[in-house]
Ligand binder design. Structure first.
Ligand code: GLU
Length: 276
């Protein structure tokens, strides 16, 4: 479809592997005659490396993919994330959180609490909810009060163009996602806030991503509504698995595209391996 804008948004924390190749090829396929963007998700400065970024450019070119310059880098977008965070704060929906992972696990081992998992792992039990942003220490995370946020927005959802095609309601997020981290300790943002702000800034009309992010997407739709941003369509693709049916992990270097390249495999063969 002409005018469609999609994006491939890798983090330069390791080599691209077969799963990334499939995701990238799907992004460019979905763009059709429109535009496929590349965005570098490098907010975690400690884990991102320039050499991985260079390898991403090189591998994507080798696969026959190209994109408009300049490439957006999340490490340069701090002011935009700060504005969005402030806006959510003004709505009275954020609070500072000083809980460590161990604190959260300890709170959940209380007899009446069960452990449920959301997109970021264990759903936060709400220990710090009720604290005010003004009392935030210098190195605390900021969370979204999900129940209040959902009550403020009311019904919302997204149109899915992938295998689960159709309208999906983003409801019950307090139970399925919980109080999402909007800014990680010392980062000024989280993955969730950054992608929502950036997809809108780049005019993305269809987000193509793995089906493992389906729950996160529902929370992103809510954030878009709170921030007055448009909701794009979503295309959640299947995940590439190894022979044992196990999902390829980010650090699965044995499946790195660079490794196949070194062995003399052609781009056409990589495409065929992931079903293109
Ligand atoms: N940087 C994210 C990843 O590599 C992007 C996923 C997304 O938002 O679509 O998983």
């Amino acid at each position: 479809m002409a005018g469609r804008v999609t994006r491939f948004a890798p983090s330069p924390t390791g080599p691209l592997h077969l799963g990334h190749a499939f995701s990238a090829l799907t992004v460019w396929q979905r763009a059709g005659s429109g535009t496929a963007l590349l965005r570098i998700e490098d907010i975690d400065r400690g884990r991102c490396r320039p050499e991985w970024e260079a390898q991403i450019f090189d591998d994507l070119h080798w696969l026959g993919l190209d994109w408009p310059r300049p490439v957006m880098r999340q490490s340069t977008r701090g002011a935009a994330y700060r504005d969005a965070l402030e806006r959510l704060g003004e709505l009275g929906l954020t609070y500072p959180c000083r809980c460590s992972r161990a604190d959260i696990r300890a709170a959940l081992s209380a007899p009446q609490e069960g452990v449920s998992l959301g997109p970021d792992g264990i759903i936060y039990p709400g220990t710090c909810r009720g604290r005010r942003v003004e009392e935030a220490g210098p190195d605390e995370a900021i969370r979204l009060d999900m129940a209040r946020a959902q009550a403020m927005v009311g019904r919302c959802g997204f149109h899915e163009t992938g295998p689960l095609e159709g309208w999906h309601e983003a409801d019950d997020l307090a139970a399925t996602v919980g109080d999402l981290v909007l800014a990680r300790r010392g980062f000024g943002t989280s993955y969730h806030l950054a992608v929502v702000v950036d997809d809108a800034a780049q005019g993305v009309t269809e987000v193509v991503r793995g089906e493992d992010l389906f729950e996160a997407t529902a929370a992103h739709v809510l954030l878009q509504r709170l921030l007055g941003l448009p909701t794009p369509d979503y295309h959640h693709h299947r995940l590439i698995r190894d022979e044992a049916g196990k999902r390829l992990a980010k650090r699965e270097d044995s499946r790195a595209i660079a490794k196949y390249r070194a062995e003399g495999i052609t781009p056409r063969e990589i495409r065929a391996m992931v079903g293109f």
